[in-house]
Design a protein around this ligand. Structure first.
Ligand SMILES: C[S@@+](CC[C@H](N)C(=O)[O-])C[C@H]1O[C@@H](n2cnc3c(N)ncnc32)[C@H](O)[C@@H]1O
Length: 312
């Protein structure tokens, strides 16, 4: 199958994951399997790569791309939040590294036909996992106006959330909103003309991103995965997360900070009563960004931020 995606910050990923022969690595977001292929090559001859993706297209593609290494690869279709379950199916207690490269692949945007983009007119679906229950269409046509506003404001940081939610509710009274173009037109009409002229992006960009985050519950899933991630890692095991959205990056940053801090007692306490100890060593005091050269070759990389830690 043809599956397009350009992996971001590949050299940095290999460095922070500390890939070596004999180790067990998990790629929780296989996508086009570009990172996974680079990892398994470093891992051979006796390493293991466990690949997860909630999109079946990504799993089918990975079966082909990683075919030459099949004996050293195990693939799972599902959400990375289920990693502990997948590891226990393999009777593995802990792994040496985990990669999450969040968001969408180019394939999903350009050719999945699921309405992630308004560049083509497609059904308003936006599920990464097509076995999931709720589609974007259900939210757009079923959510109360105040909830639509909240989604656009919180996940899309959309300035015109109120106006857009109002127009969507008015629009869906006339006719059910079922396609990406139809939604993009309603959003465009809701945003004041003057504002659209000064924007560098299409007025519907943030709304589409916000809906996708809501449909796939991306922020909740990330937070709950990070809550339990240490249970999946061996001592000295590493986690590397690439995010493309400031809210995702904030969740990762705060979780790493908490794990690296240990004691949370107020400074005036004479001794620790919380009993928490430092659990991780931070490998990226500041988020790592792609180089200008990489952004030149792959503009999709421009908002990527990589953070990593090592379990103590
Ligand atoms: C940016 S792409 C990953 C690209 C990949 N690193 C590569 O080298 O091609 C993100 C992938 O993660 C998957 N994904 C996003 N959130 C997920 C989740 N919670 N569980 C499983 N897969 C997820 C998407 O379906 C998509 O295929």
């Amino acid at each position: 199958m043809s599956y397009r995606h350009i992996p971001v910050m590949s050299a940095e990923v290999l460095q922070y994951l500390d890939c070596r022969p004999g180790k067990i690595h998990v790629d929780g977001t296989l996508g086009g399997a570009g990172h996974a292929l680079a990892i398994i090559k470093k891992n051979m001859p006796d390493g293991l790569l466990i690949g997860i993706d909630q999109d079946r297209d990504a799993i089918r593609n990975a079966e082909e791309v990683l075919g030459n290494y099949a004996a050293n690869v195990r693939l799972f279709h599902g959400n990375f939040v289920r990693m502990p379950d997948f590891l226990s199916q393999l009777k593995i207690d802990g792994v040496d590294s985990i990669l999450l490269d969040l968001g969408l692949s180019l394939h999903q945007i350009e050719s999945s036909g699921r309405g992630f983009s308004f560049m083509a007119d497609e059904p308003l679906d936006m599920r990464m996992d097509v076995t999931a229950r709720i589609k974007a269409e259900d939210i757009v046509n079923g959510a109360e106006e105040k909830n639509l506003r909240k989604i656009f404001k919180e996940y899309g940081e959309e300035r015109w959330a109120r106006q857009i939610a109002r127009e969507i509710v008015a629009g869906r009274r006339q006719k059910k909103i079922t396609s990406s173009r139809q939604l993009a037109e309603i959003v465009k009409a809701a945003v004041p003309k003057k504002a659209t002229l000064s924007q560098r992006i299409h007025p519907a960009t943030r709304v589409f991103m916000a809906l996708r985050i809501a449909v796939n519950r991306e922020l909740d899933v990330l937070a709950s995965f990070l809550d339990g991630v240490l249970n999946c890692l061996n001592p000295k095991g590493r986690l590397c997360v690439i995010s493309f959205h400031s809210l995702e990056d904030r969740i990762v940053k705060h979780r790493i900070k908490t794990l690296a801090k240990g004691c949370t007692c107020p400074p005036k306490f004479p001794q620790c009563v919380c009993g928490r100890t430092r659990m991780v060593r931070v490998l990226t005091p500041k988020p790592v960004r792609p180089t200008a050269a990489e952004i030149g070759k792959n503009p999709m990389a421009r908002s990527a931020r990589l953070r990593a830690f090592e379990k103590l």
